[in-house]
Design a protein around this ligand. Sequence first.
Ligand SMILES: [Zn+2]
Length: 141
Amino acid sequence: MPPTPTVTAAWDVRVKLRLIPDIRIFTPDVGRSGVGLSLASRCESCGMPMPTNEDHGAHDPDNPYCIHCTDLDGKLLPFEKKFDELVASTMDTRWMSREEAERSVREQLLQMPAWRSKVEKLMAKTQATTQTPTQTPSAQS
Ligand SMILES: [Zn+2]
């Protein structure tokens, strides 16, 4: 299967220009930009498209995680490590406070198969100690 050159090229350029840092989360929304990403599998941890074997952890095409989310053996990095990396990178690139960045990263990781349950647990824990954000579904009063 031929790789998808447009995607890779665009991706490389953006990484080189630092428009997108190496560490980042690709939400499913990325696909809406019109780039055909359907052929490439996506990292289940950060959502990065993985058009070639080299993009997969341990260069194994069956590895559902990308090279940035795995160690040399292709094992998924610990949640805490990945989370810290993403928070730091979000603070750097989006000029957010740590608190804002953590919230943003949590929200994005909720969409990732690799982390969904972890984040849900984490949020259940923090919600027990902090105030529950008030989400009024539709005020009927
Ligand atoms: Zn990844």
